[in-house]
Design a protein around this ligand. Structure first.
Ligand code: ATP
Ligand code: MG
Length: 185
């Protein structure tokens, strides 16, 4: 059977927001990264507020053969009970991260940028609303930008082309089941 590939008449970069309280925001973005690699596209993933707790995508993407670059920035636990790090440190990390996002986005090397957990970073005042607007303003027309994390800002959702809010119906965690590799991290 012949496989057809759809060609859009006009190519354009999209802004996608994945938010909500259910599980599947980061992994949805990873799924789009996987698809993009299939199309021969180059992907850059920058994770905010992560880096001290291992998650499988860090090594998984290395197995995709160099089409995806992933950088983790910061520490976990921000806004979570038992956070051992001062707010100023979280903010400094996030400020370095956003500077890196601008650099990668404007490098012309990437077709798709995933800015993972930036919605939370904004919600927790680690980055400013004006900085996220700036990111959207500076986005090259053909570059896709995916913003993930809970509590996406209404102004950013207004500007996005596609917005999905993942609703929790159930989570294993609530039944006392521990996080499991491959599903949860
Ligand atoms: P994933 O990385 O699995 O796509 P996510 O990005 O939607 O999840 P985050 O808020 O970033 O969700 O949380 C990441 C981790 O926390 C994952 O291990 C996920 O299973 C877990 N998690 C997500 N939602 C919940 C929830 N409602 N209760 C408990 N743990 C959750
Ligand atoms: Mg996530």
């Amino acid at each position: 059977m012949e496989i057809k590939k759809y060609e859009p008449t006009e190519k354009r970069g999209l802004v996608v927001v994945i938010t909500g309280y259910g599980k599947g925001k980061t992994t949805s973005a990873m799924g789009m990264a996987l698809r993009a690699v299939g199309h021969g596209m180059k992907v850059c993933i920058i994770q905010f507020m992560k880096g001290d707790l291992y998650t499988g995508e860090w090594d998984g993407i290395k197995k995709l053969g160099g089409c995806v670059e992933l950088t983790t920035t910061g520490k976990g636990f921000c806004g979570i009970e038992g956070n051992p790090y001062p707010q100023a440190e979280h903010r400094r990390n996030a400020q370095d991260a956003i500077a890196l996002v601008y650099t990668k986005m404007e490098s012309g090397q990437f077709d798709l940028l995933v800015v993972d957990e930036i919605n939370n970073a904004l919600d927790l005042n680690l980055v400013d609303l004006s900085q996220v607007h700036d990111l959207l303003d500076r986005r090259p027309a053909l570059t896709h930008l995916i913003l993930t994390g809970r509590n996406a800002h209404p102004e950013i959702m207004d500007r996005a082309d596609t917005v999905s809010a993942i609703r929790e119906i159930k989570h294993a965690y609530r039944q006392g089941i521990e996080a499991q590799p491959g599903i949860d991290f």
